[in-house]
Design a protein around this ligand. Structure first.
Ligand SMILES: [Zn+2]
Length: 237
């Protein structure tokens, strides 16, 4: 057990003295083996660590990360866009909840699209990742009336987040991990240190379908007052 993190405040739920171990903000399984060193680590309590592990397990199973990335990208661009063209009646709600699986056919891995992909789990994980990064980079635990949410935007929706990222910031963080596997930028608001905006760019195959059927490997996350986040949620549902 890592003493460095024991009894620290949980990075995910902000409960004091609750951490039992260290957690990789980005699960090691998301990276090629040669890129698994020196990844950001933070203290989680046991409960948060377990909940996050479940999300990571789900996503490392259904999404192609690490060594599969390069093939995944080629496969995805080719096969999925072709399928979408053929099936223009594809329901928008289904489009945003697709699942991809790897199937082996004649010794070659190929992607297969099935339903449903749980987009909520994808967003929930990135909300936790952003929360962990705020602790890791800025040593900041959000007050309980603040929350994180993550979103993959439809075409045009990214303007809100990009505008946030270009505003006056108290802190700016920009990192590339695992030879570009994950790139992220974080901006701490000048007006309120608990408000932040994050942008994640995931290399290659980790792409999910946005509302308009376009593929996106960009995820945005924000920390805001809970009431504000509830308001956004009520607008996108
Ligand atoms: Zn916790």
């Amino acid at each position: 057990m890592s003493k460095k993190f024991k009894n620290k405040t949980c990075a995910y739920c902000s409960t004091p003295n609750s951490a039992t171990t260290g957690d990789h903000v980005f699960a090691r399984e998301f990276f090629d083996e040669k890129h698994r060193h020196n990844l950001p680590k933070i203290p989680p309590c046991e409960n948060c660590n377990n909940e996050k592990s479940k999300l990571e397990h789900y996503l490392t199973t259904v999404l192609p990360f690490g060594s599969q990335t390069k093939n995944a990208e080629i496969n995805l661009r080719y096969n999925v866009s072709k399928r979408l063209k053929r099936n223009n009646k594809l329901d928008r709600s289904l489009a945003s909840s697709m699942e991809y699986r790897w199937v082996e056919k004649d010794g070659i891995l190929a992607r297969q699209m099935t339903l449903p992909f749980d987009g909520k789990k994808y967003h929930d994980l990135f909300a936790l990742i952003a929360r962990g990064l705020v602790v890791h980079h800025w040593n900041l635990h959000l007050p309980l009336d603040y929350d994180f949410m993550a979103i993959t935007t439809a075409k045009g929706g990214e303007e809100f987040f990009e505008r946030n990222l270009s505003l006056n910031a108290t802190k700016l963080t920009s990192v590339s991990l695992g030879d570009g596997m994950f790139q992220y930028k974080g901006m701490q608001s000048f007006d309120d240190p608990n408000k932040s905006t994050w942008k994640f760019i995931i290399a290659g195959g980790t792409q999910v379908l946005g509302d308009n059927g376009l593929l996106s490997s960009v995820v945005y996350a924000i920390s805001e007052k809970k009431s504000f986040i509830e308001d956004i949620r009520s607008h996108i549902r």
